[in-house]
Design a protein around this ligand. Structure first.
Ligand code: FES
Length: 268
């Protein structure tokens, strides 16, 4: 009888050099770290500013303050009512949604790979030895908690629906009837990007077509799964585009709300 030899223990390649790559592999990590840091600093400042988040005349509410549920929310901005008394923005006005938005992005499969590489250099890039002595992946606390991503997806779905409501409001002019301004269009582009990011999520793909043994017995789910799979291929692009549009939308509303810029109106 032939003896089956044991598989060799998995070891890292024993080479002296950190990597044999000659291309500028470090660039990607630096760019990602810089962009994410800028975004997080900007969002943190804005979320705690407590000003210039709503344009009452055109019903523009920045996504960073949606839904606005603090007693401090200016009249017209609290679509689902105020949940806490008026206290300064030591508690963000959208405290009900921000933890879920943050959790959804932080536990996203794409962002995980991006910030593990950019900030922890674990690994720094393909075929580059990482500086850490050991590697346990996401098998231990705290990283094992990243598995809750699928639950954040459900919450993010509700939040995207609320942002959609905000966009519908942004298509009302000063007299309450239909109206379009540059802000309405920017908000619309943002919500499309946010939906694109949400629908292209790996968890969404699994929810629609995962755990099925026979696609032929579930034609509707199979069709949805094929459409989500098409979006899923572009998840990284949606991740960055939606991050950019969120920031742009907030920045634009801040300019209009503060009086620094007048919203050009196309209609009403
Ligand atoms: Fe990125 Fe779900 S995998 S949002």
């Amino acid at each position: 009888m032939t003896q089956v030899s044991e598989a060799p223990a998995r070891k890292r390649a024993q080479i002296k050099e950190r990597t044999l790559r000659t291309d500028p592999w470090w660039n990607r990590g630096r760019v990602v770290a810089t962009l994410l840091t800028i975004w997080v600093l900007y969002a943190t400042v804005r979320v705690f500013t407590g000003h210039w988040y709503f344009v009452p005349q055109y019903h523009y509410l920045t996504p960073f303050y949606s839904p606005c549920v603090s007693g401090e929310c200016v009249p017209g901005s609290a679509a689902i009512g105020t949940w806490i008394p008026a206290i300064p923005p030591i508690i963000p006005y959208a405290f009900v949604s921000l933890p879920f938005v943050l959790g959804f992005r932080l536990s996203c499969y794409y962002y995980r790979g991006a910030y593990y590489r950019a900030f922890w250099r674990s690994p720094a890039a393909c075929a580059v030895r990482e500086p850490h002595a050991s590697y346990s992946g996401e098998t231990k606390v705290p990283l094992i908690i990243q598995n809750v991503h699928r639950y954040f997806f459900y919450a993010a779905f509700v939040i995207a629906a609320i942002l959609t409501y905000d966009v519908a409001q942004a298509f009302r002019g000063p007299d309450g009837n239909f109206g379009i301004g540059l802000g309405s269009i920017i908000m619309l582009i943002n919500v499309v990007a946010v939906w694109g990011y949400s629908f292209s999520c790996h968890s969404c793909r699994h929810i629609t077509g995962g755990r099925l043994k026979h696609f032929s017995k579930h034609p509707v789910r199979y069709w949805i799964w094929t459409q989500i799979s098409k979006l899923n291929k572009h998840h990284m692009a949606f991740a960055w585009i939606s991050l950019a549009t969120l920031m742009l939308t907030d920045f634009y509303i801040m300019l209009v709300a503060s009086g620094a810029f007048s919203d050009p109106r196309l209609f009403n």
